[in-house]
Design a protein around this ligand. Structure first.
Ligand code: FAD
Length: 487
């Protein structure tokens, strides 16, 4: 039997479908939405186009690998360019820092603007690269739930260096030691938010994230982030994968602890191989509600969520780039609001992503498409209507103070995405962006494995090992497919 069914067409579900097709399986993907891509989709609004979810793209070779594996030329499907500037940072006191991709230029910039010793930048990024080199083969590229991961040469090398991986101090503490200027500590603390964590809690191990951005590079797909999932969808179809949209899986069918198929709109679809890309928590609560539950994993705290205003702006601001950050004056308080008070701070850090800087047709002439986002707690039943309107006013106030403008009248169109809509659109538990939170040093062990206790049922995606974000989701599909024999 070479039938395989994948539940969900998020980026990991798409990647898994491609890998299984390459292994000789006849793959069918059932997707609840009318479109593929899950969180990685797009919004079109009165002449403005927005990437709906992810905006930062690193490790593009992981996407290329899916094309080369399938005997295709990646650039026939998907093109991208390396960014010359990773991000522009703004503070209310008028400080502005351009994070050039060229590390020497960035070090020079922080020396000129903040008086920071350029050597501190080099040292911190070398440390990031060191941790990545030893931990990535162990924690990110393999299953943590198989003995072979723990008993091999790479694992031994990592054990010998355990004290150097920052497991025993927080990211904030580590950054405070690396840098002299508090603004640079804040800039590097922000990388915790790349997987929805709190820099004042998460272990310094997560300082591997700036390694990806600075040492490996940040990229922009020529047709926008949405073209990542669109191109994988085209590839999957070219490989013969069948997609069923608007087909929400209701139940995973299990007999004698073996996966047998899925139930969709009252109809049984049989397959001995199932890969679940739906959020793990909600999959257990719905599709697998009659099966044994991994209680400890289900109860883990979730990562943060986001509140996004997609704004069509009737003006071009030349000081803004693709990625822009307007920092809060009190970062620690902002995180206390997100993770402890489960609310939104009155002076939030605002991220503005503007793809029309690179892709002109994403906005009408002399206009920009602003994806304006703040980090917010995941959904715990807060009054989002109230929080949303307070946050909107706080965001506009912050932008006006920093850019010396009045942005309100320039907003031509608006759409909003919030934790409850993230949950309803993609089935993410509590609307969390990155599955279980990484706010403690055991987090890597508190994610669901890529296989399950039910024979023939596998898991991939941001809510399982190795975690959320495009690079890890793609790795999860690779680890999962690696466990499945050829058809
Ligand atoms: P998801 O995208 O969660 O998709 C799951 C799919 O399964 C959905 O299409 C859903 O409809 C479908 N599904 C669920 N239940 C069923 C069912 N019962 N039957 C059928 N189908 C079902 N990551 C980055 O790397 N960089 C970023 O800059 C970044 N920013 C982000 C900003 C936002 C606003 C958001 C929301 C996320 C961001 N992320 C970012 C995280 C990234 O988007 C996710 O980690 C990743 O896209 C998750 O992919 P996934 O494969 O787990 O599936």
């Amino acid at each position: 039997n070479n039938q395989a069914i994948i539940i969900g067409s998020g980026i990991a579900g798409l990647a898994a479908s491609i890998r299984l097709a390459n292994k000789g399986y006849q793959v069918q993907v059932f997707e609840a939405n009318a479109y593929p891509g899950g969180k990685l989709s797009e919004i079109n609004l009165d002449g403005y186009r927005f990437d709906a979810g992810p905006s930062l793209f690193t490790l593009p070779e992981q996407v290329d690998e899916l094309f080369t594996l399938s005997g295709k030329n990646p650039s026939d499907y998907f093109k991208y360019q390396k960014l010359p500037v990773n991000c522009r940072y703004f503070w209310e006191d008028g400080t502005r820092i351009t994070a050039h991709a060229d590390i020497d230029a960035f070090a020079k910039e922080v020396h000129t603007k903040l008086g920071e010793n350029p050597k501190n930048i080099r040292r911190a990024l070398n440390q990031s690269s060191y941790i990545y080199r030893y931990l990535s083969p162990l924690f990110m590229q393999r299953s943590l739930h198989q003995g072979s991961t723990w008993f091999n040469k790479n694992a031994l090398k990592a054990y010998l260096r355990l004290g150097k991986f920052g497991l025993f101090q927080t990211m904030h503490r580590s950054n405070s030691k690396q840098f002299d200027h508090p603004k640079l500590v804040q800039l590097f603390d922000r990388y915790a938010t790349y997987n929805g964590s709190n820099p004042y809690q998460t272990p310094a191990t997560l300082t591997i994230i700036p390694h990806l951005e600075f040492n490996r590079g940040a990229y922009f797909p020529e047709e926008g982030m949405h073209s990542i999932t669109q191109s994988l969808y085209s590839l999957a179809r070219d490989l013969g994968v069948t997609f069923h949209f608007n087909q929400k899986v209701e139940r995973i069918l299990v007999e004698n602890n073996r996966a047998k198929g899925v139930l969709v709109q009252g109809k049984v679809h049989k397959a001995a191989l199932l890969v679940n890309n739906m959020d793990m928590v909600n999959a257990y609560k719905t599709l697998l509600k009659d099966q044994r539950q991994p209680k400890r994993l289900l109860q883990q705290p979730k990562s943060s969520s986001a509140l996004i205003f997609y704004w069509g702006i009737k003006k071009v601001f030349p000081e803004l780039d693709l990625h822009n950050i307007f920092f809060s004056d009190d970062y620690q308080e902002e995180f206390a609001y997100i993770f402890s008070k489960k609310s939104i701070y009155s002076d939030p850090t605002v991220y503005i992503n503007i793809t029309s800087v690179y892709k002109k047709d994403d906005a009408p002439e002399n206009c920009m498409n602003w994806f304006t986002m703040i980090n917010v707690p995941n959904n715990q039943g807060q009054n989002w209507e109230v929080l949303k309107s307070q946050a909107r006013a706080a965001i506009i106030g912050k932008i006006n103070r920093i850019l010396g403008t009045d942005i309100g009248p320039l907003i031509a169109v608006e759409e909003v995405l919030e934790p409850i809509t993230i949950e309803s659109k993609t089935s993410s538990a509590n609307g969390a962006l990155y599955g279980n939170s990484s706010n403690n040093r055991y987090a890597a062990f508190l994610r669901h494995a890529n296989f399950s206790s039910i024979d023939g049922l596998y898991f991939c995606g941001g809510s399982v090992h190795p975690g959320g974000g495009i690079p890890l989701c793609l790795l999860s599909a690779k680890i999962t497919a690696g466990m499945i024999p050829d058809a």
